[in-house]
Ligand binder design. Structure first.
Ligand SMILES: NC(=O)c1ccc[n+]([C@@H]2O[C@H](COP(=O)([O-])OP(=O)(O)OC[C@H]3O[C@@H](n4cnc5c(N)ncnc54)[C@H](O)[C@@H]3O)[C@@H](O)[C@H]2O)c1
Length: 436
């Protein structure tokens, strides 16, 4: 099939490359000229494992092309996938400016039937609004449908997630829309869940909020463990073996970040309250998540006493491993707090340092994790990248001024740290202190 993708971001580019892998022909519209120029040189403006190779393969085979003209994409595909961003506004509601602009461009350039598919994460009833907007601006009597096809990929494993999804959700309100969506996903080996458009829109927000709730539950348990002397990892292990609960997303840490969970949780609360349904269970998720980092900072401050002029090493800047995405990254919030307190920071991340440098040009960007520790009064771990989990703690100890680690992801080898006589603070676990 010929398919159009609007927005060459984390979702749009992965969608384009994976649809091409399944045999479709794709035109991607991107209005950011710098990003587009990069794509035309074979460069992707963000890091996502496996994406570059897959995209190169299909660009070379001419199954994926790029354009700056969104109107060209309206003409090209039988289905048009809207993959633009929906960032939160200052009140925590999703800003629909970009989606609305795309709806108007589609209307103004619509000549024949098209299926307009919202893949961006949008509040319930957005499809109705897109339909109304296109209906207002369209010239003549051209038919179209609007479908919802939420995206569940995870940054860091987005290609794999998209090629082998657990399920594909299609919200449709006509037989023609359903049949086109089934054709798009013909090559995918997974259940296709066909629902009403509104249910499909809600599935996305409900799924993300539920996952965020699981993380938040583990973080709340961690507090209880710290107060009672229990160990959160032992507790969630015991819980997660029950397949009704599962281990997924049941780890304690310094809280979730990223472009999706914080925004989607707040959006669900707003949508619910606007519809007259109180949402205390959803509100408590983001409140607990925010205070999780504050508690971590309080531990650092309590142990180090005066932060002014202390040198601290930070491992991990991205909001999670295998991405260079800094949106809502806990490490960035922590850096702000530590800088305000006068600490000097030596930071490391396998891929997110160039992006961090744009926001914080004044930090020391280390050549490797050990270099970050050089002469530092303590090490703080914010992202559980594999190299940090496997780090040689003897070298870390020898490089730090004081052998003290604040592990915000419970990813450092506790046994080894104890054997080496290091001090280690985790989340929801008793600290390891030499001589105690
Ligand atoms: N990033 C994720 O992990 C993820 C996962 C699932 C769902 N989502 C949702 O998918 C949507 C997109 O997220 P993202 O992370 O890919 O965003 P992004 O910021 O990475 O990419 C959006 C792209 O759209 C482009 N764009 C905006 N308006 C345009 C227009 N009129 N014409 C052409 N290009 C235009 C922007 O320049 C940008 O490159 C959001 O609603 C997000 O919530 C994201």
């Amino acid at each position: 099939m010929k398919l159009s993708v609007i927005g060459a971001g984390h979702v749009g580019l992965v969608t384009a490359a994976c649809f091409a892998e399944k045999g479709h022909e794709i035109l991607v519209a991107e209005h950011n000229v710098e990003r587009l120029a990069g794509l035309n040189r074979g460069e992707i403006w963000f890091y996502e494992p496996g994406l570059k190779e897959l995209l190169h393969k299909h660009v070379a085979a001419k199954r994926v092309r790029f354009t700056s003209k969104t109107e060209e994409a309206v003409d090209f595909g039988q289905a048009i996938f809207i993959c633009v961003h929906t960032p939160p506004d200052p009140q925590g509601r999703p800003d629909m400016t970009y989606v609305e602009a795309v709806a108007r461009t589609i209307a103004e350039n619509l000549k024949d039937y098209r299926l307009v598919v919202e893949k961006s994460t949008v509040p319930i009833k957005t499809a109705e609004r897109i339909k109304r907007t296109i209906g207002r601006y369209v010239k003549g009597d051209v038919h179209f449908d609007v479908a919802s096809n939420p995206e569940f990929l995870r940054e860091g494993s987005a290609v794999e997630d998209t090629l082998k999804p657990d399920r594909v959700v299609c919200g449709v309100d006509s037989a023609k829309a359903e049949s086109l969506m089934r054709e798009v996903y013909k090559g995918f080996d997974c259940p296709i869940v066909v629902t009403s458009v509104g249910s499909s829109e809600l599935i996305k927000h409900a799924s993300n909020s539920f996952l965020a709730l699981k993380i938040t539950f583990a973080n709340w348990l961690a507090r209880l463990c710290e107060a009672s002397g229990a160990d959160v990892e032992q507790v969630v292990h015991g819980m997660g073996l029950d397949h009704r609960i599962s281990h997924h997303f049941l780890g304690a840490g310094i809280g979730y970040g990223g472009s999706c969970f914080p925004k989607d949780v707040d959006a669900l609360a707003h949508i619910s309250e606007e519809l007259g349904v109180a949402a205390p269970i959803i509100r408590v998720i983001s409140e607990t998540n925010k205070s999780q980092l504050e508690r971590f900072y309080a531990t650092i401050e309590r142990e180090l006493w005066v932060l002014n002029e202390k040198t601290l090493a930070i491992w991990g800047l991205a909001f999670k491993p295998n991405t260079d995405d800094l949106r809502e990254a806990p490490a960035l919030r922590l850096i702000d707090m530590l800088k305000k307190a006068g600490a000097k920071l030596r930071v490391h991340d396998p891929v997110a340092m160039p992006n961090t440098r744009k926001v914080h040009p004044d930090l020391y960007y280390a050549n490797d994790p050990i270099d970050a520790c050089n002469g530092a009064d303590a090490l703080i771990v914010c992202t559980e990248w594999a190299p940090y989990k496997q780090a040689d703690l003897a070298k870390v100890k020898a490089t730090l001024k004081v052998p003290m680690i604040f592990d915000g992801r419970n990813c450092i080898d506790r046994k080894r740290a104890g054997e080496l006589g290091m001090t280690l603070f985790g989340i929801g676990k008793a600290p390891i202190k030499p001589g105690e």
